[in-house]
Design a protein around this ligand. Structure first.
Ligand SMILES: [Zn+2]
Length: 408
């Protein structure tokens, strides 16, 4: 019996057409991406690095442990996190996790330190991890995965290709050591510009250990800018990268007027917000569509892409209910007129309607359910200019109607 059922299901899939209309734009539309990470929470990262990244306008990631300077001087790192940099987890005591297998020690090193970072400030999500000495036992990796969506190691080129899913718990990085030269590392940036994400590991800047000089890190960061790479935190680029593997597989469910997409977060400790730039197949629906998330309309960018909030976990594409004045869809069986503080809708046939007030570019100013009254009133939005008032019937047998009116 099981075999028969399986055969039917398998047969059914032959005819099923999986419509996957969203495709994430590689590396946010840049030729490649780069993340500069700085381990151990060191004083030189505040005294020497902070002025450099502020001057260049670059966001970086600090993997902080409480074993060193950060342990009693977290405030300047918190301020950097509030400014858009990332503080990731690098354990409580900078423990070598390769031989640690007992749960209590792992919980103290990994879970407790993640919680400590998150408690310092709302800007510190601590969703990513870096292993001290770039090693960990399988039990440690399990504990890291329980608390973070991505973990950084080291030892290789630190280069990742778009569309190839890596092992999120054992992500490589290119390690700057005191014997390193700038040319080796500019070469990595050149490779990043061929459609890859490059992750660099640093420690001290002009002091402490595994030192890179202030001039050298500035040269590399300026080179990354000159190559027009997407320079951002480990969390921001990593979550964009990981989200793409979910987004690009999301299957549309068709509706009367378009389709909806929904998906699930790939990890319990994904960031609260992940902005994703996507190409969306809308032309198969209509020339004129409304793309929205949770009822909020999203306008396309100038290049036709849409920047969506991945963590909303849903998206809707519907034919636009607004029809322009003069269109054959306009139906003037009722009147809408502007009064002092309200729009008055008069003479609608019975039924349920919603309204939407937008500016002439289609940006929604107000929307809601129209009161079921002969003379329904809608508050005029605080907007100086001409607005479009759309009355949208619940029944698809009737067309939506839009009139153009002056607002305040
Ligand atoms: Zn370290």
């Amino acid at each position: 019996m099981k075999i028969v059922l399986f055969a039917l299901l398998a047969f059914g899939t032959v005819f099923a057409y999986a419509f996957t209309p969203a495709k994430t734009v590689a590396w946010n539309g840049y030729p490649g991406a780069v993340t500069f990470t700085f381990d151990d929470g060191l004083e030189s990262q505040i005294t020497t690095l902070k002025p450099i990244i502020e001057e260049l306008g670059i966001k970086v990631t600090f993997f902080a442990t409480s074993a060193f300077y950060f342990g009693s001087n977290s405030a300047p790192f918190v301020a950097l996190a509030q400014a858009g940099n990332e503080i990731g987890n690098h354990t409580t005591t900078h423990a070598n996790l390769s031989s640690v297998t007992d749960d209590a020690t792992l919980a103290n090193e990994i879970t407790a330190h993640a919680q400590k970072l998150r408690a310092l400030d709302a800007s510190m999500e601590a969703t990513t991890f870096a292993t001290p000495y770039c090693v960990a036992s399988s039990q440690a990796y399990q504990k890291i995965n329980d608390n973070h969506f991505m973990s950084r190691n080291c030892g290789g080129s630190g280069l990742f290709s778009w569309g190839t899913e890596p092992n999120w718990m054992q992500m490589d990085s290119h390690y700057w050591q005191s014997s390193s030269t700038v040319s080796d590392f500019t070469n990595s940036l050149t490779q990043a510009a061929t459609g890859k994400w490059y992750v660099q590991l640093n420690h001290g800047v002009g002091g402490d250990w595994d030192v890179i000089s202030g001039n050298d890190i500035k040269t590399l960061m300026q080179a990354a800018k000159d190559k027009n790479l997407w320079i951002d935190t480990y969390q921001r680029i990593g979550s964009y990268y990981r989200a793409s593997f979910t987004m690009d597989k999301a299957e549309a469910v068709t509706t009367d007027d378009g389709y909806t997409l929904s998906w699930t977060s790939p990890h319990a400790h994904f960031p609260k917000s992940v902005k994703l730039r996507i190409n969306l197949d809308v032309s198969s629906i209509d020339d004129d569509v409304v793309v929205s998330q949770n009822g909020v309309e999203i306008s396309p960018e100038s290049d036709g892409t849409y920047i969506i909030e991945f963590m909303d976990l849903n998206l809707s594409v519907q034919k636009k209910a607004i029809t322009s004045l003069g269109s054959k869809k306009v139906n003037l069986n009722f009147k809408v007129r502007a009064e002092k503080n309200e729009f008055l809708v008069d003479g609608l046939s019975s039924g349920n309607y919603t309204y939407r007030i937008s500016d002439v570019r289609g940006k929604v100013l107000a929307q809601g359910v129209l009161p079921a009254e002969n003379e329904a009133r809608i508050a005029r939005p605080a907007y100086n200019g001409v607005v479009l008032v759309s009355i949208i019937p619940e029944s698809s047998a009737q067309k939506a109607t839009t009139v153009m009116l002056p607002s305040l």
